[in-house]
Design a protein around this ligand. Structure first.
Ligand SMILES: Cc1cc2nc3c(=O)[nH]c(=O)nc-3n(C[C@H](O)[C@H](O)[C@H](O)COP(=O)(O)OP(=O)(O)OC[C@H]3O[C@@H](n4cnc5c(N)ncnc54)[C@H](O)[C@@H]3O)c2cc1C
Length: 269
């Protein structure tokens, strides 16, 4: 099928690829529509992980009770994508494989320690999220590989999540987005992960923020102090939506708000 043809492209929901085709920004030799392949749209528990099929739409992620219970960061993030028409067609696999740095699900996948299951002529392999995102619109997938599933470790403990997206209008793409994921043991933050959208050429983790939070008793002061590290080491671009300095400022402000919202969802004020 795709083997041997590096110019061929998978068509999933078409909500990123079709606009690129219309603008002649990509001109694939073949389009391989996987929309009607059975068995690629599901959310299920599997061996202590949550497995999401690559063709699961943003809407199905948003509405999944299993995800809302176990990994609320995913549905909360999916709910911010475009409008309902986009969420009805766009797929989690398509969004992550497209690797647009302004796309929302990448930061959440990174924060949740996702693993990508790719299938190609050489068989199946798992790619950790840290290695999957390589550059703008570039992933670790080989040309003939298809993402078939995204796996997420199931957290142990009381979790709180939030995805905070700053955009000009309600359905716009993120100027900056912050994915917060907190695990509590009593009122102590036993684990923390913060994913960043549109602050570099790939989704990123705010490791300085995470380090400061882990093992500490939760308080708003802690969130404020940790959020100051959200812009450490970042080199975002400047464009018509905002300068690099503005994006760095947003990273700190939104991280504090997002951490507080995530903690509140776990019952921590
Ligand atoms: C008006 C509008 C608003 C939008 N707003 C947002 C937004 O706010 N936030 C956001 O994150 N996104 C937004 N999007 C993008 C949307 O989420 C897309 O659905 C998503 O980026 C791509 O998913 P898709 O299934 O449509 O993939 P497609 O467009 O079909 O494919 C995208 C790319 O991924 C490849 N691909 C697809 N599936 C696979 C697979 N399983 N394995 C390997 N490669 C694959 C394709 O070959 C192609 O290169 C918006 C899109 C539109 C049109």
């Amino acid at each position: 099928m795709l083997e041997g043809d590096e110019e061929a492209k998978i068509l999933a929901g078409g909500h990123s690829l079709i606009p690129l085709l219309k603008l002649r920004l990509v001109q694939p030799s073949q389009l391989v529509d996987i929309a009607r392949l059975p068995g690629l749209s599901y959310v299920r528990e599997d061996n202590g992980a949550i497995a999401v099929g690559a063709m699961t739409t943003h809407f199905d992620v948003e509405r999944s009770g299993l995800l809302m219970d176990a990994l609320p960061l995913l549905p909360l993030t999916a709910a911010t994508i475009g409008d309902v028409q986009v969420r009805n067609r766009g797929t989690i696999g398509g969004s992550l494989a497209h690797a647009d740095p302004a796309a929302d699900l990448g930061a959440a996948a990174l924060a949740l320690g996702a693993e990508f299951v790719a299938e190609g002529p050489a068989g199946r392999r798992a790619i950790p999220a840290q290695a999957f995102f390589v550059d703008v619109l570039t992933t670790a997938l080989e040309p003939a590989e298809v993402v078939v599933e995204i796996r997420f470790p199931k957290p142990a403990g009381r979790v709180g999540a939030d995805y905070l997206k700053f955009n000009h209008r309600a359905i716009d793409w993120a100027i900056v987005g912050i994915a917060s994921w907190l695990v509590f043991d009593g009122d102590v933050v036993s684990d923390a992960a913060v994913g960043l959208t549109a602050l570099g050429s790939t989704p990123l983790r705010a490791t300085g923020v995470e380090q400061l939070l882990r093992g500490q008793k939760w308080s708003r002061d802690l969130a404020q102090a940790a959020a100051q590290r959200a812009s450490d080491g970042l080199d975002p671009l400047s464009d018509r939506h905002g300068s690099a300095a503005y994006r760095l400022h947003l990273a700190r402000v939104l991280t504090e708000r997002s951490l507080i919202a995530a903690a509140a969802r776990a019952g921590q004020q």
